[in-house]
Ligand binder design. Structure first.
Ligand SMILES: *Cc1c(COP(=O)(O)O)cnc(C)c1O
Length: 370
């Protein structure tokens, strides 16, 4: 869809990347690191020690949770590699992996690469919560791992403390490992982000994953991290070693700088994205779509049925020509079963991590669809 946007000159509300860079001082920190000559060769395998320390300080500052930067933090090539390395490390062929459907696209691929069996727990319109009975029903004696993503891409669902407590209880009762993908941890607009690892019984069985891309608006830098027990970190590090070994030398000190930005940075970033969410929610509603207001992330899920369309893929292919906007069909995030495809078919995802004037222009173009 990004290629389609480039080819047609349409406004790209498809892929989730900001159209403005993050803080200047963070960008300048990369330039300084490039120039100082100390960061252009392989960083240490587990990541630059000062970045591991900054990750641990950040978890302490925002969630009051302590991780040992030497044994319990691992730097990865974005959250994407952290997910791949964790799944390859923890899933054996035939193990069942329970994940929220719709799935962020890399989950299905990584589970398949590990020879695991994907089991979806559906999030369903209006995407304001998790069906705990469906989660219970998905767990079998073969379940090895739960993969959670909250705030959730693409639906914007943010799991509540009650939901997380129920998940924790199930994980403990069935002795499951859990991977939590928290890349949108600083983008919760309604409610709060609660890391699963802070709940009773979860610290020792959870691999917490996050990254700098979304939080600091540098999605091209690909610096992520894993926080977990020494045993789990060692397992993930062992696979990571043979995926990339290391990456992003000069970006690592800059991300350490970014993580130490004052609370005001995080608050302003969230307020800015909150305002953008509201602009695009208003625009999409005015255009006549059914809008599932997201509690977090960069994304808004809509249903195109009120506009007389039935299939999101067909709609998204035609959207550039119809009104000069690009969006993403959500059925690609659903299982191939007829039931899942029926739910995903009319859903279309719009990203709002763009300048307000771009969102307003997109909204006025979409208004012509009526
Ligand atoms: C963007 C995204 C990622 C990937 O993060 P990177 O740090 O860019 O690799 C992982 N999970 C979700 C849910 C995302 O939206």
């Amino acid at each position: 869809m990004s290629a389609l946007a480039a080819a047609t000159g349409a406004i790209n509300l498809g892929q989730g990347f900001p159209d403005t860079d993050g803080p200047d001082e963070v960008r300048e920190a990369v330039v300084a690191a490039l120039r100082d000559g100390a960061h252009n060769q392989y960083p240490p395998g587990p990541g630059l020690p000062d970045l591991r320390l900054a990750v641990a300080e950040h978890r302490q500052r925002f969630y009051g949770q302590t991780f040992d930067p030497d044994t319990e933090v691992l730097i990865t090539t974005g959250a994407t590699e952290a997910i791949a390395a964790a799944v390859l490390a923890l899933v054996e062929p035939g193990d069942e992996v329970v994940a929220l459907e719709p799935f962020y696209d890399s989950y299905a691929a990584c589970i398949a690469m590990a020879g695991g069996v994907r089991v979806g727990v559906p999030l369903r319109p209006p995407f304001d919560g998790l069906d705990l009975d469906a989660l219970r029903a998905a767990i079998t004696p073969r379940t090895r791992l739960l993969m959670l993503n909250s705030p959730h891409n693409p639906t914007g669902t943010v799991l509540t403390r009650e939901e997380l407590a129920a998940i924790a209880e199930l994980a403990v009762a069935h002795d499951l490992l859990v991977i939590t993908d928290e890349v949108y941890e600083h983008l919760v607009f309604d409610g709060e982000h609660i890391p699963l690892a802070t709940l009773p019984g979860m610290r020792e069985r959870t691999v917490t994953i996050s990254s700098a891309g979304k939080t600091f608006s540098f999605t091209g830098w690909k610096i992520g991290w894993v926080c977990a027990t020494p045993e789990l970190v060692a397992a993930v590090r062992t696979t990571k070693q043979f995926l990339t070994y290391v990456s992003g030398g000069p970006f690592q000190p800059a991300v350490a700088h970014a993580l130490r930005l004052p609370d005001s940075y995080y608050a302003e970033f969230r307020a800015d994205m909150h305002a953008k969410r509201d602009v695009l929610v208003g625009g999409l509603e005015a255009a006549g779509l059914t809008v599932y207001r997201p509690r977090g992330t960069y994304f808004i899920t809509t249903d195109i049925t009120p506009l007389g369309f039935a299939d999101g893929l067909d709609f998204c292919r035609r959207l550039p020509e119809l009104c000069g906007v690009v969006a993403v069909p959500e059925k690609v995030f659903f299982d191939d079963t007829p039931e899942s495809q029926a739910i995903g078919r009319p859903l279309v995802r719009f990203a709002f991590c763009k300048k307000v004037e771009v969102l307003e222009e997109a909204a006025s173009r979409l208004a012509t669809l009526r």
